[in-house]
Design a protein around this ligand. Structure first.
Ligand code: ASP
Ligand code: MG
Length: 419
């Protein structure tokens, strides 16, 4: 018996009517001979509403109660989905996270899954159950408290079940029809990718392409779960959506797979930092403790024993970063002459596994930005990614220019970089 995992996001279960449409898709897979584990999100907007109610109770809430509240949206859709399937005469039942149990650690609000016992659910399938509907996003801690996996976490629930049960595939139904070369709202000619490699998807997801939770991609890569992203609104088609898979399964290859952006990045610069062993640890240790998500880091060459240190972080963390640095200095951690915050920057990145074997991608990227008169403030690279920080007002222009220069609107036969 082959088992399929189907995950439906918030817009796909937003109303009883949409739940019926989703249930029909499940019914079709059952008719095709699959057992199905359905993972549901809360109805669109529900989790935001629940988070808002928690915030209204006061600023210092108990994270365990936060999880008790915000996990509840998925309980509703899981029950409704099971009822709808039963109405269609498909043997189905719902499972909340603690009933499976989806075991997690105790990091409330951002818990990690540590185990999913399969015996009980497998026995139910053996008894004739056709569909197990599981509330996504939630689990239970070793202390027996309800946990949640972080926003967007039902993607991770889905991949974890696919890995635990050895599913043939994990289909993620959402409101877009796949993964695009860039945001179609910025580049009209953005193209849907038929396939994308795990590594590329991981970079794109962590760079802000919101289609999949980053952790779900990490997990899929580790356990080689075939992941498909597709729309629950389009007519069904065998090859719909985008397959996220191992790079050996990708025949066509553009050097660059996609262009990603993060609109609200800040550039922070510490001027006149002493240049001595331990200084980076003295700066970035307190930033990490304060929960600042530092991304790019650049240290200048030093002059007369002093250097400048630049890093980027999300704009809404600037205040926290400033305080962490000032406190660390006051506690005698290190000396600097000035702390500058540039809050008008954005990050634009090109991503592609083809960069490993092609020289010249960076040069082509920089020429395209030059031709638009866009100044680059910070550059960082990894094996399959080049990111630049630029003025926010040029962000859209930069994304368009890069999409153009790498011909991302054209599907790829192997393509070389323009000299
Ligand atoms: N409902 C949760 C959220 O909105 C989890 C999810 O949908 O993936 O973040
Ligand atoms: Mg989502």
């Amino acid at each position: 018996m082959s088992l399929l995992v189907m995950k439906f996001g918030g817009t796909s279960v937003a109303t009883p009517d949409r739940i019926r449409r989703a249930a029909k898709r499940v019914g079709r897979e059952v008719a095709n001979g699959h057992d199905v584990i359905v993972i549901v999100s809360a109805m669109a907007g529900k989790t935001n509403e629940l988070v808002g109610w928690v915030n209204d109770t006061g600023p210092f809430f108990d994270a365990r109660e936060y999880d008790a509240v915000v996990s509840s949206g998925e309980n509703v859709t899981a029950g409704l989905m099971a009822l709808t399937l039963q109405e269609m005469e498909i043997p189905a039942r719902s499972w909340q996270g603690w009933q499976v149990p989806v075991q997690t650690n105790s990091s409330h609000g951002a818990a990690r899954i540590t185990g999913i016992p399969t015996e009980t659910m497998a026995a139910r399938f053996a008894d004739g159950m056709k569909v197990a509907v599981v509330a996504g996003f939630q689990g239970v801690s070793p202390e027996g408290r309800i946990t949640t996996l972080g926003r967007g976490g039902s993607d991770t629930t889905a991949v974890a079940f696919a890995a635990a049960f050895g599913a043939v595939r994990c289909d993620i139904y959402t409101d877009v029809d796949g993964v695009y070369t860039t945001d179609p709202r910025i580049v009209r000619r953005a193209r849907k990718l038929d396939r994308i490699a795990f590594e590329e998807m991981l970079e794109l997801a962590s760079l802000g392409a919101k289609v999949l939770q980053t952790r779900s991609v990490e997990l899929a890569m580790r356990y080689k779960v075939k992941l498909r992203v597709l729309s629950s609104f389009d007519e069904y088609d065998e090859n719909a959506g985008t397959l996220v898979c191992g790079e050996e399964e990708i025949m066509e290859s553009n050097v660059v797979a996609g262009v990603a952006y993060a609109r609200d990045e800040a550039k922070m610069t510490l001027l006149g930092v002493e240049d001595r062993p331990g200084i980076a640890a003295a700066i970035f240790g307190p930033l990490a403790e304060a929960g600042v998500n530092v991304d790019m880091i650049v240290q200048n060459i030093s002059e007369q024993g002093h250097t400048d240190m630049t890093f980027s972080c999300p704009v809404d963390q600037v205040g926290r970063a400033q305080k962490a640095i000032e406190d660390a200095q006051a506690a005698g951690g290190f000396a600097y002459s000035e702390l500058l915050a540039d809050t008008d920057t954005a990050k634009v990145s090109v991503v592609g596994i083809g960069m490993r074997s092609h020289a010249g991608v960076a040069a082509q990227m920089f020429r395209a930005l030059r031709d638009e008169g866009i100044n680059i403030k910070v550059i960082t690279t990894s094996e399959i990614k080049i990111s630049v920080l630029i003025d926010r007002k040029y962000m859209e222009l930069a994304v368009q220019a890069l999409h153009d220069t790498f011909d991302l609107d054209k599907p790829g036969a192997e393509r070389s970089v323009r000299a």
